[in-house]
Design a protein. Structure first.
Length: 434
């Protein structure tokens, strides 16, 4: 496969590489040499303002991929084969799929002035996907399928690469235990709060756990191990190891032997990543320290991450992760609503819009987090199960990568989360048997 353009830019090379790998399974050549383009034996895509040959697929550029800098774009959506599309142009395809995909991939709109939510994050209400009601769809995956069909209609002998559906369950360990292994003053203060607020059942439960008479309600790790063993599935865990507990960082301290043992146990079975603390979001030195702490505990290299509270700002956070040696990040999603933040269910490399360069930070977008269902969308376990299954069916239909986020807290025995463990088990049972 070769792509011709009158001008080769970093943006074009970036998006061409993604499409080339999805269409052919290999990198794609991009040229501005017409003779070289016409001599090529294979699929030819003309990405310029005029057709060149009868034996080519012509996409007329919208213009975004030949720009530099960031400005407010005119984005008008329309329906195309059952899906929303934008950047309408002439040619063999009705819109500039390359430019539209780049707009969503790069999170272009997050570099523009926007409203922030109560946690200082980019609010999902700003997004085109939310406003145009396609947040629940991996739109780029649907475009890819439609684009492949269009190519094959014109080039009937063309062999197209097909990806496979992948399910990757992931877990954030913000607070490994509810009562155990916390500083004495935290335990004493929490117990006093239970008494003053009349939460006697919680007070009695706390006392029994600390006396060793019953298990900690957040300790769901053995159950999770059994689930993964039963269905022979790989998963990833992200541990919060802040050295100081604060409002949003309520983890067990990494100096605690019990937490170190828990982390080491998981490192023997699973791939682990850092769950950078809220505090580290504004302190790159602290981020590096937390990664180093986790590396000391695991005795291994840590190169993957997911932001605590899904708190990140582009491009600052991703640049800090790269500087700290992170190669894979699993934060591309919202901490306020479920759905596809970048409108895609496939891993892809982050493009730094301000520097106009592709990075080697590989992003793994997630579409579902149980905390969104519970705290933000106010769902019951049954409603959450139905939503999860809908995302499963959607992502499977486009041969995408389904990434979910759960916390050990929801999978334990805490009364607040009654029914959520069962919902997750039913979801696993449905996914792994189909």
């Amino acid at each position: 496969m070769i792509i011709y353009s009158h001008s080769i830019t970093h943006r074009l090379k970036y998006i061409a590489d993604f499409f080339g790998r999805q269409l052919t399974g290999e990198p794609v050549a991009v040229t501005d040499n017409v003779i070289h383009y016409l001599d090529y034996q294979g699929l030819r895509i003309n990405y310029s303002h005029e057709p060149i040959s009868q034996q080519e697929y012509w996409i007329k550029p919208h213009g975004l991929l030949h720009e530099t800098g960031i400005r407010l774009q005119s984005v008008e959506c329309f329906e195309h084969n059952g899906n929303k599309a934008f950047f309408r142009t002439d040619g063999d395809y009705v819109f500039d799929i390359f430019a539209a995909s780049f707009y969503l991939f790069s999170r272009y709109e997050e570099y523009l002035p926007h409203k922030k939510d109560i946690y200082g994050r980019y609010s999902h209400e700003n997004s085109l996907a939310f406003k145009e009601s396609f947040l629940n769809k991996p739109l780029i995956n649907y475009w890819l399928l439609d684009f492949k069909k269009s190519l094959q209609l014109k080039f009937t002998s063309l062999t197209i690469h097909d990806s496979l559906f992948t399910f990757l369950p992931t877990y954030d360990i913000d607070e490994a235990y509810s009562y155990k292994y916390k500083q004495w003053w935290r335990s004493a203060g929490a117990a006093m709060k239970d008494i003053l607020s009349g939460k006697w059942n919680r007070f009695r439960e706390r006392r029994k756990v600390l006396n060793g008479e019953q298990s900690d309600p957040f300790d769901s790790f053995a159950w999770m191990d059994d689930l993964h063993r039963l269905y022979k599935v790989q998963s990833r865990y992200f541990f919060l190891v802040a050295e100081k507990t604060k409002k949003y960082d309520r983890n067990i301290l990494p100096s605690e032997i019990a937490l170190q043992s828990l982390i080491q146990h998981h490192a023997e079975k699973y791939e682990l990543g850092i769950h950078p603390s809220w505090q580290s979001g504004d302190n790159p030195t602290l981020l590096k320290k937390e990664i180093e702490t986790l590396e000391i505990i695991t005795r291994g290299k840590i190169t993957s991450s997911r932001q605590h509270f899904i708190r990140f700002t582009l491009p600052k956070t991703y640049r800090q992760l790269i500087e700290a040696g992170i190669k894979e990040d699993f934060s591309m999603g919202y901490g306020s609503i479920n759905g596809f933040r970048a409108s895609v269910a496939l891993p892809y490399y982050w493009y730094d819009l301000e520097k106009e360069e592709q990075t080697y930070l590989l992003l793994y977008p997630f579409c579902y987090m149980e905390a969104n269902s519970f705290f933000e969308q106010k769902q019951t376990p049954q409603q959450a199960l139905e939503e999860m299954l809908q995302y499963y069916q959607t992502v499977k239909s486009v041969n995408g990568t389904l990434i979910t986020i759960w916390h050990n807290t929801f999978l334990g025995t805490d009364e607040l989360y009654r029914g959520w463990r069962d919902a997750y088990y039913q979801f696993f049972n449905n996914v792994m048997k189909n």
